[in-house]
Design a protein around this ligand. Structure first.
Ligand code: HEM
Length: 457
């Protein structure tokens, strides 16, 4: 068809006049008014979340809420919203925050309210226990790794944990004090982070990373880079495809994959050469022995994703909690004195190494201080996003329709005044005795229900 004929056809369709129309301001004014009218009608009469209280903008956008996340003020901000609007607050066109402990426990109890789609962006491009939204897959992985976190499993590695963890840190501090003629400066957070990484290194990678011994442990950098690049990949997908963007983070992520690979091969070789003790039940071994749904061994890519995930899930959470606990002891010397007195009374021999089971049995006040620390400073203090399922859910104050996002607000649950008296105060005594045991059931620092933290023991 010649270009003249084509132009003729366009003219006959009236497209020219349509183009003219697009150029007029009246057209755009009418279009915007029509859209605005539709939106007003929608939000007033049709929007499924229209009865959920919240600030006006939450009907249209969640941008102000997201901005606060990047500013680091989202938790305080959401507390204010709940104070003003109640236990269920709308924070975006499809999202509500929930802060009542009983509602939260119902949401988390079953697989019905699955993790929402923000979890889809897996950390290492392979499905793993944490980010999967599939019930069957999650059940399978939890069953496979479960023995490593059972009492028998943990007993089998307790000496390794003590060697790589508390004994190594004690030695480091003693050497430091000796070298400094009685004076030594220590950054507790950095050291707790290294200690936790070394322990998870032993259990999930089959070897410690030597982080505690090092001044600037590379494993910590690799973990941090992997987290950063995974978040960037999730929120800015082009980053993945443009090689020169965030090159260093990408190279660190590759290093952690290569390192994981070498650890897996080293363990396989040790088994082949009968150099690996069958009594040792650890995370790496559980996954190496496990089979996928089709009966084949877990693929290397998935295995790497699982062990790196353990490192990411366990390192900062545990070390941040340990740091807060120490901070509370420094802020409340009377609490610290009580902890020391309890230990002295239960274990009069100073050189005794206190084991996990003994601590559980004999140190109730110490445990109470840990619970109260985790209540006030949960390491995952923000939100656990869940889907409201195809049926929706009736919470204590509101019905949430299907296709909504339920933001389980952990810090909110830990400050719920219908459960906790004076929630802003550090009072470990609240967890003592039979009532204290009951109260502890309202803690959700490790989440709750079917997706509760696999490493909580
Ligand atoms: C004080 C320390 C810890 C805290 C506060 C903590 C907290 C949590 C929370 C809140 C979740 C749920 C996350 C969600 O639903 O999005 C979770 C899940 C998980 N955590 Fe932990 N965690 C801790 C330590 C650990 C350790 C040491 C490990 C392993 C070495 C670990 C492994 C996991 C895994 C595998 C999951 C996913 C469980 C699933 O989805 O089925 N965590 N943790």
């Amino acid at each position: 068809m010649s270009s003249q004929k084509l132009l003729g056809a366009v003219n006959s369709l009236g497209l020219n006049s349509l183009l003219e129309l697009f150029k007029t301001s009246r057209f755009w004014f009418n279009l915007i008014s029509a859209y605005g009218t539709y939106k007003v009608i929608y939000y007033l009469f049709l929007d499924p979340l229209r009865r959920i209280p919240g600030l006006w903008w939450s009907r249209f956008t969640d941008l102000p809420f997201r901005i606060r996340r990047f500013r680091g003020t989202q938790v305080q901000y959401t507390h204010q919203l709940h104070k003003r609007f109640g236990s269920v607050v709308r924070v975006g066109p499809h999202s509500v925050s929930v802060n009542k402990a009983c509602d939260i426990k119902r949401i988390l109890a079953s697989y019905k309210f699955s993790k929402s789609k923000v979890y889809d962006n897996a950390i290492l491009d392979a499905e793993e226990i944490f980010s999967t939204r599939k019930e069957q897959f999650n059940r399978l992985r939890r069953r496979q790794v479960g023995p490593a976190f059972s009492t028998t499993g943990l007993d089998s590695v307790e000496d390794i944990i003590l060697d790589v963890g508390s004994r190594a840190l004690k030695k480091k501090i003693e050497t430091g004090i000796e070298k400094g003629n009685g004076s030594y400066t220590i950054n507790y957070f950095d050291n707790f982070q290294s200690l936790t990484a070394d322990i998870i290194g032993e259990l999930a990678f089959g070897r410690p990373f030597g982080a505690l011994e090092s001044e600037k442990p590379s494993i910590i950098r690799l973990v941090n880079s992997t987290i950063v690049i995974s978040v960037l990949d999730a929120f800015m997908p082009p980053v993945k495809y443009i090689p020169f963007l965030f090159k260093n983070y990408k190279s660190d992520k590759k290093q952690i994959i290569d390192f994981s690979n070498s650890c897996i091969e080293a363990r396989r070789k040790a088994i082949e050469n009968n150099e690996f003790s069958k009594d040792r039940i650890d995370i790496l071994q559980m996954y190496l022995d496990a089979h996928d749904l089709d009966g084949s061994p877990i693929k290397k890519k998935e295995l790497i994703a699982e062990i790196v995930l353990m490192l990411i899930a366990g390192t900062d959470t545990t070390s941040v909690t340990m740091t807060w606990l120490l901070h509370f002891y420094l802020m409340y010397p009377e609490v610290y004195k009580k902890v020391v007195a309890e230990i002295d009374q239960a274990f009069s021999e100073k050189s005794t190494v206190i084991r996990y089971k003994e601590a559980r049995q004999n140190l109730p006040y110490f445990q109470a201080t840990v619970y109260e620390c985790m209540r006030m400073k949960p390491a995952v203090g923000g939100f656990l996003p869940r889907d409201s399922s195809s049926d929706g859910i009736q919470l204590s104050d509101h019905y949430i329709p299907p296709n909504s996002e339920l933001l389980v607000f952990i810090d909110g649950a830990h400050n719920d005044e219908s459960v906790w008296t004076s929630p802003k105060k550090y009072i470990p005594e609240r967890f003592m005795g039979e009532n204290g045991k009951e109260l502890a059931k309202n803690l959700v620092a490790f989440s709750s229900g079917v997706r509760i933290c696999a490493g909580r023991k």
